[in-house]
Design a protein around this ligand. Structure first.
Ligand code: 9MR
Length: 393
């Protein structure tokens, strides 16, 4: 697509993100069609995810910029009662936070950090080194020529020091490198790797540790439940460990379907990382209920598929038997996390409600998906109660 971003960047209307027009961002309550009073009563009556899993792992949500504009009321109430950590869905990525050489824009990220702290949530930083949502200029000199290895390393270091430095002591865990792997477990041919070489990953972790020695440092990817890609992630952890670099954990994004991955593959991945002595965070959990010919591939650079009624079967609502399937799938996933709770340190949902999930627009634009625990009106779904129930088993 045209525009300042490298291949792999999402179309402008991908979903509601920090680039969403202000008129859409500022109408959250009206948009949800809710009265604060009615909702407050509901939120207070619900059991709390963070409380029922308090002895097991942290429970988080990814928040979009427009979500944190309203710092009181139903959204804030739901977030504060259900979650004890938050990830910026987009606000801390390179494009939004460092749009031009030497120009940083911390406005959305600051608001997100203030909101998270005001509501008692730990902050997860996402993400420092990625091929997507990274402007083209990052890899070029002032004449549009590819940077040298040394110049790109210096730029990476400056970015990591500036962004981590600003939130030092506030962000407790950073996704340092995101999605460096191909599906077969080899390293992705990103501009980072082409210009710097395979050790760009080691350098990123070294700089991150130097910038904030207290922060937890994670490698984050999707599809690493699959054996081939899991082996690639294991190799990255070993490479970092052998280089003497600090890595605290692996983020399994967990953009999953009702059937993929199998319980066994998920379990095997968590264990494989645990055996390396690092933690696992489930960093971007959601469960698509819609048909996808290539599930398990959350590559934002994927070609978009045209929408058809067959690909979008639940426009009028999710039938009861599908709600049940979703609830059962969530129970299964949490069963695996609980069985591995000595390794799993956090489970974060990729969004708050079905309404704003990126999965309404990926890999088919404009569908009606139901991947999260809260519906389009902030109401808890059967899947919410099944996740709560799993904690009591
Ligand atoms: O949910 C994010 C969406 O709002 C953005 O448009 C998209 C653009 O790259 O990124 C989405 O989040 C991605 C995350 O940062 C990394 N893993 C895959 C997520 C879903 O695409």
């Amino acid at each position: 697509m045209a525009g300042p971003y490298i291949q792999g960047e999402a179309p402008a209307l991908f979903n509601l993100n920090p680039f969403t027009p202000i008129s859409m961002k500022t109408t959250t309550l009206a948009f949800l069609g809710l009265s604060a009073t009615v909702f407050t009563a509901c939120a207070a009556a619900l059991p709390s995810l963070k409380d029922v899993y308090a002895d097991d792992f942290l429970i988080g949500a990814a928040l979009n910029a427009y979500r944190v504009e309203v710092d009181s009321g139903p959204v804030a109430e739901l977030v504060a009662t259900q979650f004890n950590c938050a990830t910026a869905e987009n606000a801390m990525k390179w494009g939004p936070i460092h749009p031009l050489p030497g120009i940083y824009d911390f406005s959305d990220a600051d608001r997100f950090a203030d909101f998270s702290e005001a509501h008692g949530m730990k902050i997860v930083g996402h993400t420092l080194v990625w091929h997507s949502q990274t402007p083209k200029w990052v890899f070029e000199d002032e004449n549009g020529q590819p940077l040298t290895r040394e110049a790109l390393l210096a730029r990476m270091r400056d970015h990591i020091f500036t962004v981590m430095g600003r939130y030092k002591g506030r962000v407790y865990s950073w996704d340092v490198v995101n999605e460096a792997l191909n599906e077969d477990g080899t390293l992705r041919d990103s501009p980072w790797r082409r210009i710097i070489g395979d050790d760009y990953i080691i350098k990123a972790f070294e700089y991150a540790h130097e910038a904030d020695p207290q922060a937890k440092l994670y490698y984050n990817d999707y599809g690493i439940e699959n054996p081939a890609k899991r082996a690639g992630a294991v190799a990255i952890v070993k490479m970092l460990q052998q280089a003497g670099a600090r890595i605290d954990g692996v983020g399994i994004q967990e953009h999953v379907s009702l059937t993929w991955p199998s319980r066994e593959d998920l379990d095997a991945s968590i264990r494989a990382f645990g055996e390396l002595g690092v933690k696992v965070a489930i960093t971007e959990l959601d469960v698509s209920v819609l048909p996808d010919p290539d599930m398990g591939n959350a590559d934002v650079g994927r070609r978009f598929i045209a929408n058809t009624p067959a690909l979008d079967p639940y426009v009028a609502g999710l039938p009861e038997q599908m709600q049940k399937k979703l609830a059962d799938r969530y129970a299964e996933l949490f069963g695996v996390y609980l069985a591995n709770k000595s390794v799993v340190e956090r489970v974060t949902f990729w969004g708050l409600t079905d309404r704003e999930s990126w999965l309404n627009n990926f890999p088919v634009y404009g569908r009606t998906n139901y991947p999260l625990l809260f519906d389009r009106h902030l109401k808890a779904k059967p899947a919410f109660f099944s996740v709560i129930g799993e904690a009591a088993k």
